[in-house]
Write a protein that binds this ligand. Structure first.
Ligand code: FES
Ligand code: MG
Length: 570
């Protein structure tokens, strides 16, 4: 088969000489005889600590590629450490996707293995691979092992929120809090809760882009390297059979991903990521699909943040395939995986080994675990809530708004003893959407006012155009669209307005007359809170980013540009 890379390497002219000669630093002459050249898009970085072990994973992928007759090439890509980059890793997800896409297209390669882990890295790599549409397989870096503090397992992320709230509520000393820090991250790998990283790895497997059974394997588990080696061999086969993402990713694949998302109780961030990936493939996936497909799917996994256990328990208990076996009838049986076989073919031999961690269909933790899509005059484009992470008594609620224009405003006033707020209030935080912040940070799970915490209040209705960390929980309405900075009604909510949340009816209403709302416009403090970057990526992003309801991708990055070889460089 004629390889794409042969456009660089085949022939005897000056240009092919140049392309070969510069690569002959370790590559032998027969590397250019028409065998496939395969990039390993590697998001290892010291500044993405959850992915720092991916160089080791890369070596195993390399060995598998060599064994199968391919040429592996490490391609370091833009990487995003969720806890490190400001203002939010989400601002850079599209940049990582764009930079990776362009480097895959610009280089002499025939396929790619995608190495990700920390929250945004697998979504960005999949967006890139979908737009280039060369054969591609994901290797997820896997979760860290569980640390313990005072004999109790720590859920990475989730317990940071819990412990810090305990300090604010006066039930944990500052000293003990700081002591827990060295136990929070106990090994290589990403967060061990059902946060965004775990969710996206499992959802990517349900989509079919990972060798079935691999996602969720802990970073330190030797089976990760074994599967990485196998992935290296498999990518060579994919290239031989010209199986690129567009040949097997269908609406059915996304259907399966949404069923998996609900059954595992995955992160709300998966909604924007799946919408963005589908947008790259030209697959017609809508926000409402998450509600329609996900509703009725039972929650079968008892993991933090909503539940009790952690990712190493999940894997020990049987992992994703054992969960999917329980909901097999809800899956699309035609959706294929990278192996060429349908996902459903992998389920019959899967078994649940610990029913406390993964439960059977007959005894779900929650019968209906999907993500609910809310609409109304406050969110005509839609907003989402994860009922499984919310307080049942707040799912229908009417309360007075307490409005914050920025995250700084919220931090400055939330603990003010004079703040006019009680447990029935609805906390509103705006200016945190894709354009407004910019980048749609994970700030929607606002801390509760200290005076209410001290009275034992542990949850309140909160509403924002921002996102919520996948490791967080609470009755939080997220991704309000259109966002305040894009003309959404969120910008004209005033303190004391009544807001009605009705999750069973899927409504989110600002209980103010149409006439009155028509007379309002955002005040200066609100609009001053919206980002107005002068240059660089932030300017490009704010000018082109679309709403959360379509995945917050840039308008000009939707769809695929394929892998056509560009003009010669010299
Ligand atoms: Fe990297 Fe949680 S911070 S996965
Ligand atoms: Mg996160």
């Amino acid at each position: 088969m004629e390889q794409r890379s042969s456009e660089w390497y085949a022939g005897t002219d000056r240009n092919s000489y140049i392309h070969r000669a510069w690569m002959r630093r370790g590559l032998p002459e027969n590397a250019f005889d028409g065998r496939p050249h395969i990039a390993i898009a590697n998001s290892a970085s010291d500044l993405t600590p959850c992915n720092s072990h991916l160089n080791e994973v890369m070596e195993s992928v390399k060995a598998g590629i060599y064994e199968a007759g391919g040429i592996p090439l490490n391609l370091p890509v833009v990487s995003l450490g969720e806890t490190q980059v400001r203002p939010t890793a989400m601002l850079w997800r599209n940049m990582m996707a764009m930079a990776t896409e362009e480097m895959l297209r610009a280089n002499p390669i025939d396929g790619v293995v995608l190495l990700g882990g920390c929250d945004k890295t697998i979504p960005a790599l999949l967006m890139a691979a979908a737009s280039v549409d060369l054969p591609a397989i994901v290797v997820p870096g896997g979760p860290m092992k569980t640390g313990t503090f005072q004999g109790v397992p720590l859920g990475c992320g989730t317990d940071v929120w819990r412990l810090s709230e305990e300090v604010r509520g006066g039930t944990l000393s500052q000293e003990q809090f700081l002591k827990s820090e060295s136990s929070m991250i106990s090994s290589k790998g990403h967060c061990n809760t059902m946060g965004t990283a775990s969710t996206m790895a499992l959802v990517a497997e349900a989509l079919g882009t990972i060798i079935p059974g691999l996602a969720g394997t802990p970073a330190a588990d030797s089976r990760l390297l074994e599967s990485s080696h196998e992935t290296g061999r498999l990518i060579v086969q994919l290239i031989a059979e010209a199986r690129s993402p567009s040949t097997f990713l269908t609406k059915g694949s996304f259907h399966n991903a949404i069923v998996a998302l609900a059954a595992i109780g995955g992160s709300t961030n998966a909604v924007v990521h799946l919408l963005a990936i589908a947008g790259r493939l030209g697959i017609d996936l809508s926000l409402d699909d998450f509600d329609h497909i996900g509703s009725g799917v039972p929650l079968l996994v008892n993991l933090q943040p909503a539940g009790r256990f952690l990712m190493d328990d999940f894997q020990r208990a049987g992992g994703l395939l054992s969960v999917l076996r329980e909901v097999k009838d809800l899956l699309d049986p035609t959706a294929l995986t990278v192996t060429g076989k349908p996902l459903v073919d992998y389920l019959d031999s899967a078994q649940i080994w610990d029913h406390e961690v993964i439960t059977v269909r007959a005894t779900p933790l929650i019968p209906d675990a999907g993500i609910s899509v809310l609409r109304g005059n406050l969110a005509p484009g839609g907003a989402i809530i994860k009922p499984a992470a919310a307080s049942p008594h707040l799912l229908t609620h009417r309360g007075k708004a307490v409005v914050f224009d920025t995250i700084e405003d919220m931090h400055a006033r939330i603990d003010d003893p004079d703040l006019d707020v009680d447990e029935n209030s609805v906390l509103v935080l705006r200016g945190c959407g894709p354009k407004g912040y910019p980048g749609m940070p994970e700030v929607a799970n606002m801390p509760l006012p200290k005076k209410l915490l001290e009275r034992g209040v542990r949850d309140m209705v909160r509403i924002s155009d921002g996102r919520m960390s996948g490791t967080a929980y609470g009755t939080v309405v997220l991704h309000v669209t259109p966002e305040a900075a894009a003309g959404g009604a969120l910008a004209i909510v005033e303190n004391g307005d009544y807001i009605i949340l009705d999750v069973p009816k899927r409504r989110l209403t600002l209980d103010v007359s149409h006439e009155e709302l028509n007379l309002r416009s955002p005040n200066k403090a609100t609009t001053d809170g919206f980002a107005n970057p002068k240059r660089g990526w932030e300017r490009l992003y704010v000018d082109h980013v679309m709403g959360a309801d379509t995945g917050a991708d840039l308008d000009f990055l939707q769809g695929s540009s394929g892998h056509k070889v560009s003009r010669e460089s010299h």
